[in-house]
Design a protein around this ligand. Structure first.
Ligand code: NAD
Length: 418
């Protein structure tokens, strides 16, 4: 992994860039650049054929100054210790950007889940939950879904934790199914904030998102919902991709029909309503008004950034642009809405789910969506003020300036122990 593509280096560079504009000591900044602790564990489970197999897994608790650690669990062959550390740090600054009372954590298992049966994945998830048990809890660390995990895995983790602790603790995890204590609106929340932030950005630029053409890279949970919701706002989704390739239609794709096709065949490729098939790279470099990267980190590096033609990028994925890529986009005046704002809907509605679990109460979908809208719009406005007041080069730096100050304030108010 090169320096520019190591996500942990990216995180640290992003913090350094913002630190210049902050009245926070270097010693405190140094503290805010490293995780408090990282669990590295080896999980051994029995395959369906009776053979044992070992999997490496991690949980990073980056910072707990503003509240319990919070962040997803990813199942992917590319998971590394540094990736998990970076993702846990981004969670800290994401929660601070939108002002919800959490710190940041993240976990992952090095696995390609497509290669395993449901019973094997259940054993593995329960093995991980058993390892996590001393670290997690409703007031300590609250995991959630991420790439290749969803309600099913969250329900298993909750059940394992509750069984071992001999209690009920639905707030130990978020992203659960509704009947297991999940929240209305959680599945859609990440895509929803991605497009709310995009709508605000177009408005800020004196334009209307309903007139925009849109390309979506990564047609999973975050990407497909963003496509559906932005189309509902009147925009035209002209391209979508997944790990197998992309599709393009000049007059617009029907996002729901593309999703149905992916559900049936495993990919967006081959969708009959498309004019043509294009590559993943083509999707990122199309001449569109809005680009939504919704796959993994490092999709847009320095080289690719030169070819990006979108006017606005709303980062549904975490860390999709490398720092060098960011610099090129800033020079080209591409307006990038950073991940720690754009995709913060996921953790915000996770927070609502946790609040409902603590209250033993269930909110309506309308209430969830209204509260989410308020939080994202307020956060967008706070970032805009900081961006203008400090004459900053990027909206990302504005987000880090706001977020780091909030975390540093919480740390300094608490004082250090021992
Ligand atoms: P997911 O597993 O549902 O979807 C990921 C999609 O990306 C899949 O369709 C996959 O085929 C595609 N993909 C992978 N590599 C690709 C490539 N090179 N080119 C194009 N497509 C590719 O995962 P998700 O939950 O939608 O997460 C996607 C991103 O959003 C991640 O960065 C994640 O951290 C971030 N995110 C998700 C949530 C959430 O609530 N799900 C919240 C915040 C951030």
């Amino acid at each position: 992994m090169g320096t520019d593509t190591n996500p942990f280096n990216s995180l640290q560079e992003q913090i350094d860039e913002a630190a210049v504009y902050l009245d926070v000591g270097d010693d405190v900044i140094e503290r805010l650049k490293h995780p408090e602790r990282v669990l590295e564990t080896n999980l051994t489970i029995e395959r369906d054929d009776g053979e044992l197999e070992r999997f490496k897994a991690f949980r990073s608790q980056f910072n707990g100054d503003r509240g319990p650690y919070k962040g997803g669990i990813r199942y992917h062959p590319g998971v590394t210790r540094d990736e998990v550390k970076a993702l846990s740090g981004w969670m800290v600054y994401k929660c601070a950007t939108v002002g919800i009372p959490y710190g940041g954590g993240k976990g992952g298992i090095v696995i390609d889940p497509d290669e395993y049966s449901e019973t094997e994945l259940e054993r593995l998830t329960r093995a991980f939950a058993t390892e996590l048990r001393p670290l997690i809890g409703e007031d300590r660390d609250i995991p959630a879904p991420d790439v290749n995990t969803g309600q099913r895995e969250m329900n298993w983790i909750k059940d394992t934790y509750e069984t071992l602790e001999n209690t009920t603790a639905p707030g130990v995890i978020t992203g659960k199914a509704i009947d297991s204590g999940g929240s209305e609106g959680r599945v859609e929340a990440t895509g929803r904030s991605t497009v709310i932030a995009a709508r605000e950005a177009f408005d800020y630029l004196g334009e209307d998102v309903s007139d925009a053409t849109v390309a979506v890279q990564g047609y999973g949970n975050a990407g497909w919902i963003a496509a559906k919701l932005v189309a509902e706002m009147g925009a035209t989704v002209v391209a979508a991709s997944d790990s197998s390739g992309g599709v393009y239609a000049e007059d617009g794709l029907d996002p729901v029909a593309v999703k149905d096709h992916k559900r049936e065949t495993g990919s967006v490729v081959g969708f009959e309503g498309a004019d043509e098939e294009i590559t993943n790279e083509d999707v990122l470099t199309l001449d569109v008004d809005l680009l939504i990267p919704a796959a993994l980190e490092n999709a847009i590096d320095e080289e690719l950034a030169h070819d990006v033609k979108a006017d606005v990028i709303s980062e549904a994925a975490n860390g999709p642009i490398t720092p060098n890529g960011d610099a090129v986009l800033a020079e080209k005046d591409v307006y990038v809405i950073p991940d720690i704002l754009a995709n913060a809907g996921g953790v915000t509605v996770s927070y609502f789910e946790w609040v409902q679990n603590r209250q033993r109460f269930h909110w309506s979908e309308e209430r969830v969506n209204d509260e989410l809208e308020t939080i994202i719009v307020d956060a967008f406005d706070a970032l805009t003020d900081t961006y203008e007041e400090n004459d900053l080069a990027s909206f990302r730096t504005a987000a880090y300036v706001v977020a780091i100050q909030r975390v540093a304030d919480a740390y300094e108010q608490a004082g250090s122990f021992p």
